[in-house]
Write a protein that binds this ligand. Sequence first.
Ligand SMILES: Cc1cc2nc3c(=O)[nH]c(=O)nc-3n(C[C@H](O)[C@H](O)[C@H](O)COP(=O)(O)OP(=O)(O)OC[C@H]3O[C@@H](n4cnc5c(N)ncnc54)[C@H](O)[C@@H]3O)c2cc1C
Length: 535
Amino acid sequence: MEQLIAHPADLLVIGGGINGAGIARDAAMRGLRTILVEQNDLGSGTSSRSSRLIHGGLRYLEQGGLGLVLEANRERRTLLRIAPHLVWPLPFVFPIHRGDRISRWRLAAGMLLYDTLALFRNVRTHRMLGKRAMLEAEPMLRDRGLLGGARYYDAQCDDARLVIATARSAIHHGALVANYMAGLHQRRGAGRVVGAQLEDRLTGEHGAVRASVVVNATGPWADRVRRLEDSGATPLMQPTKGAHIMVDRSRLDNRQAIAFTSPIDGRVMFVLPWGELSYIGTTDTDTVESPDDLTVTADDIIYLLRSVNSRFPSARLGVEDVRASWAGLRPLVVDRGHRSASSRPREHIIVQGSGGMLTVVGGKLTTYRSMAAEAVDQAMRELRHRDGRRRHAEARTDEEPLPGGEAADLSQFRERGLELGIPAPSVDHLLRHYGTEAAGIFNLGGADRGLLRRLLPPHPAIEAEVVHAVRRELAQTVEDVLVRRFHLFYEHSDHGVLAARRVAELMGEELGWDPPRVAEEAERYLAFVQGTTRP
Ligand SMILES: Cc1cc2nc3c(=O)[nH]c(=O)nc-3n(C[C@H](O)[C@H](O)[C@H](O)COP(=O)(O)OP(=O)(O)OC[C@H]3O[C@@H](n4cnc5c(N)ncnc54)[C@H](O)[C@@H]3O)c2cc1C
């Protein structure tokens, strides 16, 4: 808190999802004194509840969103380049069955347009498949009525880690970033917003931060924060809920990602591989649920299971097969035309409130970088208007790698890990998740060999990663580590509960927790798991 309130900032960004982190990175790279506050953990909102796709926008073709497709394609190329450990190419098939909303010829036309708009620089160009080739690609697909389909390529990401890496890059460029720090009432000066009252959610401490420009990047919470500026502000958002479920990949035996249309409502859905698991999503329903306590309902699960079972009838997936689930609110911009949820394009808007606060809503993970640049451009104009000063206007956010993305070829790092005696699966896991930063984790293990122990065998994660999460990735709670940095919550059959105590001990050594606090933090994680996994 002391650091945050010591000096006035040029820019205060409220909300540490992908948009807030992207704005903070862009602003800090342009030399603005930037503060980013997040009320919970970085990425804990919508940005860690996505379909984890960095997509070229194939779906937007149906809505005529050619501009969105062009932008999404460009951004996908950029992210594959600056963060190869966080964003990776993903092959897809799109099977078509008789009676589907999308016919084979329409898919073929769409695919051709998709490749053309990408100037044939899609991850790879598409290929149409006949029935037999489609069944060879995905043997468990329903044979009856199958007409063939397409193979195409897109990209998948680690959404939560993308946010954390982006925020860390902002820190590297001088931004102050604080998680568990809520932006409460706004400070006013001559009718304008000139900062905010902050509350440290872990210590209860309060303080007032001054800032020339305040940006509200709180996603589904944005209207709530706007009402702090203007109690009569009209809502900007009309959120829809999207839920996913995770099942064992062996149940569908899917070799790649699969896009298909739900027989229930004709919406495009996905089965997406995630190591030995596959997740299925998503629903898209209008909702008035609060973003604070969003739940995956029985209806959500049944919709997803019925949709996927229609394509994989022999899998006979049931509720008991659901290993994990998550839901997020799409912060969709209010649609005056009242189109259905799925057909509203995911555009963003930046609006200025009566007190001068900028609110940024909408967008996607995929296009966060360009949206952030637009928001910072607008903040720069506002700053100039306020103090008349010209500032450096360049931010090469598309050139500088995110932490860990400095090299795509990691073979020399692999050697180092193996030399230390780390088992190959753990070395590969570290390289995959941390890119070049795996070297730092190897060094932690080299200095204290106890840290090379696996956290939850046979899972390849090692104890040194917990130390890295606290020292470098701003982890403050066991949940931060097990949910958003390690994903054990989603991936492990017991949601990582068995590792909670050890994680708390390792965190305690870093953060100075005494034994009762260590026990309390481990317990808190168990309570979190119980609260989120019991329907
Ligand atoms: C189901 C689903 C699937 C999706 N799939 C994809 C996909 O595959 N690919 C893609 O590109 N996009 C996808 N999206 C869209 C994408 O996830 C969102 O557009 C994006 O994450 C929004 O980011 P954000 O930063 O605006 O919001 P959020 O990530 O929600 O961040 C807002 C943050 O503000 C914080 N906050 C709120 N109030 C305060 C306060 N007073 N003080 C401090 N902090 C505060 C919250 O805690 C939160 O962390 C999906 C969205 C959903 C819901």
